[in-house]
Design a protein around this ligand. Structure first.
Ligand SMILES: C[S@@+](CC[C@H](N)C(=O)[O-])C[C@H]1O[C@@H](n2cnc3c(N)ncnc32)[C@H](O)[C@@H]1O
Length: 377
C-alpha cells in the first residue's frame, strides 16, 4: 500500500514501528526494508503465518533448497505420483475451481507435504507460492471491493495446457522476494489489538496501520480460499467464530450475535455517537437496529484498542491510522472523527485528520490519515 510506504519513509533513522492490524504485513515489510525493527499483531493466524514468511530472513542455502524441493514437488504432482490430499471443505468449491484445477492442487499440496513436510522455512516458501497458484487457478475476481466470481469460461486453468508452469513462475517470484533479506527485524504476533499490553512486551516509537473499517468487510470471507487450502479453517462454523473475534466482522454467526449484542458501557465513546447510532437505527431502515449495533460495537472495540495502545508506546511516539469513513442508510459515520476524539480522550496530543483520497465514486467516502503524538504518561 503506497500510503503506508510513504509514511514509513518519512521516519528516517531506525525506530521501532508497530502495526497492530497486520493484514498481509505491508507495514512490517516496509518497515524492515527501511531498516527499522517492526512488530505487528493480527487476530487471524493465517495472516500471522503469511506476514512471518514475508518478513523472515532466508539464508541462500534455504532458498536453493526451496527451489529444488519446489521443482521436485511439482514433478510429483504432474505425474500424479503422490496420493492427493482431500479437497478442502469450502462451500460450493466447484464455483472456485474446475475439477481439473482441484485435482492438480490436491496433488501439489500432497507433493509439497511429502517433499518438505508441514512447517519450517522451506515449507513456508513453497506454501506461499502455492497460495499464489491456487488463486490464479481460481475463478475468483479481486477487482471489486469484495471477492466475486469471474465467468467460469475465464477460469485460467482450463485455458492453460499446463498449470505446473504457473507454479514455477510463482515459486521464482517468491524466491526472488525471499533473497532480498531486509535489514530490519520483524516480530509477528498472534494477538488481539483490543489488548495490546497483553500481547507486546516492548514499546514503540511509531505506529502505522490500516485498521478494519466500519464497512462490514469480512477479512475471513475474503481470505477463505487460502485459509481452507492451508488448513487454517476446517468448517464454516470456525470461519464465523473467527470473524466474530475480528473488529468489524459481520459474517455468519457474527450477524445473529450482533442482533443480541448491547453496549457494555465500559468503554469511552464520543458524545455525538448516540445521535449517529439513532439515525442508523431509525424506524424505516430494515436492518437499522442491527447496523446501529454493528457501528456501536466497532467503536467500543476501537476504544479498547486506543486505551491499550498508549501503554505500549514510548513518550513522543507518533501514530498514524489510515482509515475510511462509511455510510449506513445515508447516515455518515465519520470514523476518522471517532478516532480523533478517542485519541484525545486517551491523552494523545497534536491530533491531525488529513484526507488522503476518495475511496470510490460516492463523493463522501474518503480515506484519512489520523495521526497523533503520545506525550508519555
Ligand atoms: C484493513 S486489514 C489490514 C490491512 C493491511 N494494512 C494490509 O495491508 O493488508 C485489518 C486487519 O485487522 C485484523 N483484525 C481485526 N480485528 C482484530 C483484532 N481484534 N486484533 C488484531 N487484528 C485484528 C484483520 O484480521 C485484518 O487483517
Amino acid at each position: 500500500m503506497k500510503v503506508v510506504e510513504e509514511i514509513v519513509e518519512r521516519y528516517g533513522s531506525a525506530r521501532t514501528i508497530l502495526d497492530p492490524f497486520c493484514g498481509t504485513g505491508t507495514t512490517a515489510l516496509s518497515a524492515v526494508n527501511h531498516g527499522h525493527d517492526a512488530a505487528t499483531t493480527d487476530i487471524n493466524p493465517f495472516l500471522i503465518w503469511l506476514a512471518s514468511a514475508k518478513t523472515a530472513h532466508y539464508p541462500a542455502a534455504v532458498i536453493a533448497q526451496a527451489d529444488k524441493a519446489g521443482k521436485a514437488a511439482l514433478d510429483l504432482a504432474r505425474r500424479e505420483a503422490v496420493q492427493p490430499l482431500p479437497e478442502p471443505p469450502i462451500h460450493k468449491i466447484e464455483r472456485w475451481w474446475t475439477e481439473r484445477a482441484r485435482g492438480f492442487l490436491c496433488h501439489l499440496k500432497a507433493a509439497i507435504r511429502e517433499t518438505v513436510g508441514h512447517s519450517g522455512p522451506v515449507a513456508d516458501l513453497l506454501h506461499v507460492a502455492f497460495c499464489r497458484t491456487l488463486i490464479k487457478l481460481s475463478a475468483a475476481a479481486f477487482n471489486h471491493q469484495s471477492m466475486s466470481f469471474k465467468d467460469s469460461t475465464q477460469c485460467a486453468f482450463d485455458l492453460e495446457p499446463d498449470a505446473g508452469a504457473g507454479f514455477l513462475d510463482d515459486l521464482a517470484f517468491v524466491l526472488g522476494g525471499a533473497k532480498q533479506n531486509p535489514p530490519g527485524n520483524a516480530s509477528v504476533i498472534l494477538g488481539d489489538a483490543r489488548d495490546l499490553p497483553g500481547c507486546l512486551d516492548t514499546r514503540f516509537d511509531v505506529v502505522v496501520t490500516s485498521p478494519p473499517y466500519a464497512n462490514r468487510m469480512s477479512y475471513i470471507r475474503e481470505l477463505r480460499p487460502y485459509m481452507y487450502w492451508l488448513g487454517y479453517l476446517v468448517n464454516g462454523r470456525d470461519a464465523a467464530e473467527l470473524d466474530w473475534l475480528a473488529i468489524g466482522g459481520t459474517w455468519g454467526v457474527a450477524t445473529s450475535r450482533l442482533a443480541e449484542w448491547s453496549p457494555s458501557g465500559a468503554r469511552w465513546l464520543p458524545d455525538d455517537l448516540p445521535s449517529v447510532l439513532a439515525g442508523i437505527a431509525s424506524g424505516d431502515n430494515a436492518n437499522g437496529a442491527l447496523l446501529s449495533n454493528y457501528v456501536a460495537k466497532y467503536c467500543e472495540d476501537m476504544s479498547a484498542h486506543f486505551d491499550g495502545l498508549r501503554r505500549v508506546l514510548n513518550p513522543g511516539a507518533r501514530v498514524h491510522y489510515i482509515v475510511g469513513n462509511s455510510t449506513f442508510y445515508g447516515v455518515l459515520v465519520s470514523t476518522e472523527q471517532v478516532y480523533a476524539a478517542m485519541l484525545r480522550k486517551y491523552g494523545f496530543t497534536d491530533v491531525e485528520v488529513l484526507p488522503i483520497r476518495k475511496r470510490n465514486s460516492k463523493k463522501e467516502l474518503i480515506e484519512f490519515d489520523v495521526s497523533a503524538t503520545w506525550p508519555g504518561a
